[in-house]
Design a binder for this molecule. Structure first.
Ligand code: VGL
Ligand code: ZN
Length: 209
């Protein structure tokens, strides 16, 4: 069984959003097409309390992009984003939702950030995504969404570590690129960890999922 994992396709990561990713909205079209051919589709949703520790606003004198330690882990600080039950945290309107079988929310604990759809950044608490996929007999996952250099990368690396054959569909992802070259480095990292990179056109042509 193969699953499509849609990472954080939320308003705040799209143009006009609080943590806008360049061309973030352009992932929606390929992702909607891909959803049609996958037997299982799941999604992750960044879902922060309004006082989340990754928000620069919670740390006097800090601004987005600054670094600090959170639970002993290096943490880049972000603008307030994806606050629970706000418009910014909602999935993009044009994203098709009817095939999404289950949503895994992350970043709920204010004391730690959670880029991966599987675990928090300390690899302590699981979201249940790994067990869910194993229960569904999934052996292979395709990761798409936002942002390439944070949540897509972390989700794909954890999937590979959990033993799933892992793929990332390049044109169905966009990155934040806080520092120039971050997106390219993310793709290099993924490849070095045995994750295969594809274009959506290839995956769509090979409709044997
Ligand atoms: C993300 C930064 C902060 C992401 C989430 O979805 O990639 N990035 N929170
Ligand atoms: Zn976040």
């Amino acid at each position: 069984m193969k699953a499509l994992i849609i990472v954080d396709v939320q308003n705040d990561f799209c143009p006009g959003g609080a943590l806008a990713v360049k061309e973030g909205d352009q992932v929606v079209l390929p992702i909607n097409r891909l959803q049609e051919i996958f037997p299982l589709v799941v999604a992750t949703q960044d879902w922060h309390p309004k006082d989340h520790g990754s928000f620069a606003s919670q740390h006097p004198g800090k601004k987005p992009g600054d670094m600090m330690k959170l639970k002993g882990l290096d943490q880049i600080l972000w603008p307030d984003h994806c606050v629970q039950a706000t418009k910014g945290a909602e999935f993009v309107d044009t994203l098709k939702k009817k095939s999404i079988k289950k949503i895994f929310r992350k970043g709920i604990d204010r004391t730690i950030d959670s880029y991966s759809g599987f675990f928090d950044n300390g690899h302590r608490r699981s979201t249940g995504l790994g067990d869910y996929l194993k229960e569904k007999k999934v052996r292979e996952v395709y990761v798409v969404g936002l942002a390439t250099d944070y949540c897509v990368k972390a989700t794909a690396l954890d999937a590979a570590e959990l033993g799933f054959r892992t793929h990332v569909i390049v044109d169905a992802c966009r990155g934040v690129e806080v520092h120039a070259g971050d997106i390219q480095r993310a793709f290099d990292d993924l490849r070095q960890n045995g994750i295969q990179l594809h274009q959506s056109s290839e995956v769509l042509l090979n409709k044997t999922l």
